[in-house]
Write a protein that binds this ligand. Structure first.
Ligand code: NDP
Ligand code: 2IT
Length: 444
């Protein structure tokens, strides 16, 4: 394979899909050497079969708002690859959702899911429906209208969606209710369900906790203690909240949170009590992070990014491309020692280059945030067994999985000078598993 030729071809075929091309470029550049050691891969054109989704469904979603207005949104499900298990991945509801973003997420998900050690293929879906400012009843009607189309494409052994940006426990529950009504089946077709109807303990916490478990593994390689470390967390949704929770529990000091309007900087640290307030503000009242600064009298920067502040550890937990080359330079210059991605592809390629050149610890999302989907996999297992494990059981399995993912990164990503290139490690580790499964299953 000549990476540049494959990329040029993809650029020609998908010129308006920058996020998809960005994700594919990173993976292909990482795996080129290993791929070329296997002539059988090239013979079966594994690379194109891996870059192009198995199936993309798009549909119109029509719903009526509280004022009686008829609204139309786009709905999508990308079934990227099911070589190692049923398609699996979240649903994103956000105004910015488009095919490029969902294709990049489904592509990434395929490698991430392979790394979890569990049998899950890769998929992603969502809508350009924007939940901000919508009433509970509007969200319910939208979810029902969305499922009226989506149910045709999914199933517990076919494709199992879950949450992502704009889709949390509330949305998963409404989606599940409608799926059940349409199919007359009570099955584990979605993960992230409520605890009363088949959800797994620790799933809500899993992405944030998992990211910190991965960070601890990275810090261990350098004998660094997390206690007292100043941590920059972006976002204030599911992933950011449980990242903070685990940091507080371990004696680290989260000092920032953000939303799409701006960020707060609390030099005293976000305590348990303050985090409880954030959870109430964001999950129940659905307010803005600015209100935190008003309540606790700390700094609020409208339109700013948390990377303007100094910190020992950066944990991007909002969205793609939220940390650019200049942000990365500033972080490195002000003494940042580790970056672990809770979000998917939050660092731009320029930022990644800065981190790796400075040889600081840097974990890409597909490794560091895999705890969320891994625990979704554990939810699927519990649903199939028709029983539920305790909090401790799930948490211990999550810790073990994050440690195994770290091990795969070390195995495939350690460079001659001992520096662990987690991007290379995660990409090769995920790729080899999917590639072997695809080769075994023939040309399909
Ligand atoms: P939430 O919807 O719970 O929270 C998202 C947060 O990020 C909000 O604070 C939101 O602010 C902010 N945000 C979203 N989009 C933008 C944007 N375009 N610009 C600036 N800020 C933005 O989502 P999650 O916490 O679940 O997801 C966060 C990230 O983690 C995403 O990249 C997701 O793909 C990834 N992820 C999530 C997993 C999960 O289990 N939930 C698993 C693995 C990865 P606002 O409220 O203003 O929009
Ligand atoms: O990006 C992700 O890994 C998720 N949003 C979680 C997917 C899942 O199926 O739990």
């Amino acid at each position: 394979m000549k990476v540049q030729e494959v990329l040029n071809d993809l650029r020609r075929r998908f010129p308006n899909e920058p996020e998809y091309l960005q994700a594919v470029t990173e993976v292909l550049e990482s795996i080129e050497e290993v791929y070329n050691q296997h002539p059988e891969f090239e013979k079966s054109n594994l690379i194109e079969r891996l870059c192009i989704a198995d199936r993309i469904s798009s549909f119109r979603v029509t719903w009526v708002d509280d004022k009686g207005k008829v609204n139309v949104n786009m709905g999508y499900r990308i079934q990227h690859n099911n070589a190692i298990g049923p398609y699996k991945g979240g649903l994103r509801f956000h105004a910015s959702v488009n095919p490029s973003i969902l294709k990049f997420l489904a592509f990434e998900q395929t490698f991430k899911n392979a790394l979890t050690t569990l049998p899950m293929g890769g998929g992603k879906g969502g809508s350009d429906f924007h939940p901000r400012g919508k009433s509970n009843a509007e969200v319910m009607r939208f979810c029902q209208a969305f499922m009226l189309e989506l149910w045709k494409h999914i199933g517990p052994d076919t494709d199992v969606p879950a949450g992502d940006i704009g889709v949390g426990g509330r949305e998963v529950a409404y989606l599940f209710g409608m799926y059940k009504k349409l199919t007359k089946e009570f099955t584990g077709v979605l993960t992230g369900k409520g605890m009363e109807f088949g959800g797994s303990l620790i799933r809500p916490e899993a992405t944030g906790y998992g990211n910190i478990y991965f960070l601890l593994e990275m810090l261990k390689t350098k004998n660094i203690d997390i206690k007292g470390k100043k941590c920059l967390v972006s976002g204030s949704g599911n992933v950011a909240q449980y990242t903070c929770e685990k940091l507080i529990e371990l004696g680290a000091l989260p000092v920032t949170l953000s939303d799409s309007d701006g960020y707060i900087y609390d030099p005293d640290g976000i305590t348990r009590e303050k985090l409880d307030y954030v959870m109430e503000l964001k999950n129940i009242e659905r307010g803005r992070i600015r209100e935190y600064a008003e309540k606790y009298g700390c700094k609020y920067v409208p339109g700013g990014r948390v990377w303007s502040e100094p910190g020992d550890i950066a944990l991007p937990s909002a969205t793609q491309n939220e940390l650019n080359g200049d942000d990365a330079k500033r972080l490195v210059e002000t003494g940042c020692i580790a970056v672990s991605e809770g979000a998917n592809m939050p660092s731009t390629p320029e930022a990644i280059e800065v981190f790796q050149k400075a040889k600081i610890l840097y974990a890409p999302g597909k490794a560091a945030n895999a705890g969320g989907v891994a625990t979704s996999g554990l939810e699927m297992t519990q649903n199939s067994l028709r029983l539920s494990w305790t909090k401790e059981e799930v948490d211990n399995k999550l810790k073990q999985i994050m440690s195994d993912i770290h091990g795969q990164c070390v195995k495939y990503g350690t460079e001659k000078d001992g520096y662990i290139n987690y991007v290379k490690g995660a990409n090769i580790g995920g790729f080899m598993k999917v590639a072997k499964a695809m080769m075994a299953q023939g040309i399909i």
